[in-house]
Design a protein around this ligand. Structure first.
Ligand SMILES: [Fe+2]
Ligand SMILES: [Fe+2]
Length: 164
């Protein structure tokens, strides 16, 4: 087993992670968060509480979608073109972000709940498609070395974000 040294405090944990494993690990966090939100939202009384949950999803989903768009979808663009899915994935990211922004603009608790739970349902569908179609496709098409290099690129982006 070869450890790739990048001089990072995280490389003990992430030294040889493929980008697909990084993204699957991020998805696992989202699935737990979505379970919590779906259980908690129906019982909430205040608009601010619903919006606080929408903000948490928005703050997590933004960086996750940008990682997928730039690090992951680009090297796979030709494959998505072949299966006619290229615009679909970018478009789904935009739709999820628009729905979360919509929840934050809602004027009533009822609307905020409906829009937030709709955004969560759309996210679950999208994540499921990525897990069933996109990640296995990447692992078939891209070399193991490329998947690890993209994992390293993800790590560098995390470090840059942590330095800000
Ligand atoms: Fe995505
Ligand atoms: Fe994803």
């Amino acid at each position: 087993m070869v450890l790739i040294r990048v001089g990072s405090p995280f490389d003990h944990y992430f030294g040889i992670m493929k980008i697909t494993d990084v993204l699957r690990a991020e998805h696992a966090v989202f699935h737990n968060l979505f379970d919590h939100i779906e259980a908690a939202v129906p019982g909430l009384k205040g608009l601010a509480e619903v919006k606080a949950l929408a903000t948490v999803v928005q703050k997590l989903h933004g960086p996750h979608a940008r990682t997928e768009d730039s690090l992951f979808m680009e090297p796979l663009e030709h494959c998505f073109d072949q299966i006619g899915q290229n615009e679909t994935f970018h478009e789904e990211h935009r739709k999820i972000e628009a729905a979360l922004a919509g929840a934050l603009q809602a004027k009533t608790v009822k609307d905020a709940k409906r829009i937030l739970l709709g955004a969560i349902a759309a996210s679950r569908d999208h994540f499921d498609k990525e897990e069933r179609i996109v990640f296995p496709l990447a692992e078939r098409v891209l070399k193991a070395k490329t998947l690890s290099e993209l994992g390293q690129a993800w790590l560098r982006r995390r470090e840059m974000a942590a330095d800000r």
